[in-house]
Design a protein around this ligand. Structure first.
Ligand code: KIV
Length: 271
């Protein structure tokens, strides 16, 4: 229970218990106060302030350009809308790779300046030192394996990862390592369903899948994809629950028409 409200907060321990009880975890991205408030009211378990903000909020082609300051801005806006969900924030590209001191400084800035509850980092053995150092400061860490969009220029494509035996074996090894050093959960992105199931069964900590089948302990989607605000992105794993692009466009077209026809505002809509 939080000191400031009587809402029972989702913590990393709650997620652990959910896995033990076989209850699936629902996670969704959010980048601003208004949407975070709606998702929290709907009782989403985890809100991820993803670096996908670089794509869906800022219009960049990749997640690489977003900065630590921009992530902190998004995260602090989200935090103000949340009473219940666990809020996890992506460490952006260039703020943790290859320098564990810098990684710790970046994570501390996120926690201190946004009020978030945990951070997420992409990668396995190559970033182990950074994760260990962040964990040693008492900051909960969510891992992220499989397709790691910050490495897009190394992979060359956004295709399914770990289809080959060697890459699958490395992923399993990395997953075990992340658990061993103390991560509380991990995202498994775009890997074969049978591999995600195997990893999830091997681990005691929860896995959250995206394009990884139903065997993961939870699911995450980019909220703009789920809501149909993005239009030209339709991977097989995506289920759209709304077509907001069309609905918002229709509403705006109607508003423009009403203004031009002097239909808006009417007599009741003025003083
Ligand atoms: O940035 C993001 O939205 C993510 C999810 C796709 C897991 O990392």
């Amino acid at each position: 229970m939080s000191v400031h409200s009587n809402v029972k907060r989702v913590t990393t321990h709650v997620l652990q218990e959910m896995k033990q009880k076989g209850e699936k975890i629902a996670m969704l991205t959010a980048y601003d106060f208004s949407m975070a408030r709606i998702y929290d009211a709907a009782k989403i378990d985890v809100i991820l302030v993803g670096d996908s903000a670089s794509n869906v909020m800022a219009g960049h082609e990749t997640t690489l350009p977003i900065t630590l300051d921009q992530m902190i801005y998004h995260a602090s806006s989200v935090i103000r809308g949340v009473k219940r969900a666990l809020v996890v924030v992506d460490l952006p590209f260039g703020t943790y790779q290859g320098n564990s001191r810098k990684a710790l400084d970046s994570a501390i800035r996120i926690m201190k300046e946004s009020g978030a509850h945990a951070v997420k980092l992409e990668g396995g053995s190559e970033i182990k030192e950074s994760i260990v150092r962040i964990l040693s400061a008492g900051i909960p860490v969510m891992g992220h394996l499989g397709l790691t969009p910050q490495s897009i220029y190394k992979f060359g494509t956004y295709q399914v990862r770990a289809k080959e035996e060697a890459e699958a074996a490395k992923l399993i090894e990395d997953a075990m390592m992340l658990q061993e050093i103390g991560c509380f959960a991990m995202v498994l992105e775009k890997i074969p369903a049978h591999l995600a199931t195997k990893v999830s069964q091997k681990l005691d900590i929860p896995t959250i899948g995206i394009g990884a089948g139903s065997g993961a302990d939870g699911q995450v989607l980019v909220s703009h994809d789920l809501l149909g605000i993005t239009k030209d992105f339709s991977p097989r794993f995506l289920r759209r629950y709304l077509s907001l692009y069309e609905e918002i466009k229709g509403a705006v077209e109607q508003y423009i028409q009403d203004v031009r026809d002097v239909d808006f505002p009417n007599e009741k809509e003025q003083y």
